[in-house]
Design a protein around this ligand. Structure first.
Ligand code: SF4
Length: 174
């Protein structure tokens, strides 16, 4: 019986509605700070940047494949390798890495500039399908789409006020 109740609670936590609400709080709640710099010096979001959720190379981690390819993370395709480790050296061409990122950013620039969810964008462009051919981000939100998204998240918290505390205390603290 206890087990069954726990399973159903776990299912609730994994539900897309709950996950979406948690993501909304993480991105838009003024009381959530990603690090001490944000807490002490304020949030430094700038609309002048293309705010895709693509990590700046080498800013977080480096992933090395068994074949020696260097990737910015383990979740993107090997065709986006930043460089390579050979038997004799580490091959990294910083100029070409910068050019490659600029090339992809430029492809999405217009869409990102018009996207109402750009402040909280978590979309890595390398995870979008077929970025050489298409430049469509399915996470894009128009003003109307963003208003509907926001409204539905707020409605969720109005109906489930306990979820706010739970997400803030149990999930975002992790
Ligand atoms: S269009 Fe996509 S990548 Fe650009 S800001 Fe919006 S969600 Fe992020």
């Amino acid at each position: 019986m206890v087990r069954k109740r726990r399973d159903s609670a776990d299912g609730y936590l994994r539900s897309s509605t709950y996950q979406s609400a948690a993501m909304y709080l993480l991105q838009y709640n003024e009381f959530v700070y990603k690090d001490y710099n944000e807490l002490l010096y304020g949030k430094t979001y700038s609309t002048s940047h293309i705010p895709t959720g693509t990590c700046i190379p080498f800013s977080k981690k480096i992933f090395v494949t068994v074949n020696g390819k260097l990737l910015p993370c383990e979740r993107i395709g090997h065709q986006f390798a930043l460089g390579e480790i050979t038997d004799s050296e580490i091959q990294l061409d910083l100029q070409s890495i910068a050019e490659k990122y600029n090339y992809y950013y430029t492809k999405f620039e217009q869409q990102c500039k018009a996207c109402y969810n750009r402040k909280a964008c978590i979309q890595c462009i390398y995870n979008l399908p077929n970025i050489e051919e298409k430049t469509i981000c399915h996470g894009y939100m128009s003003k109307k789409q963003f208003e509907m998204y926001e409204k539905s998240q707020l409605k969720f918290f109005a109906r489930n006020p306990e979820s706010y505390v739970r997400i803030m205390e149990e999930i975002l603290k992790q």
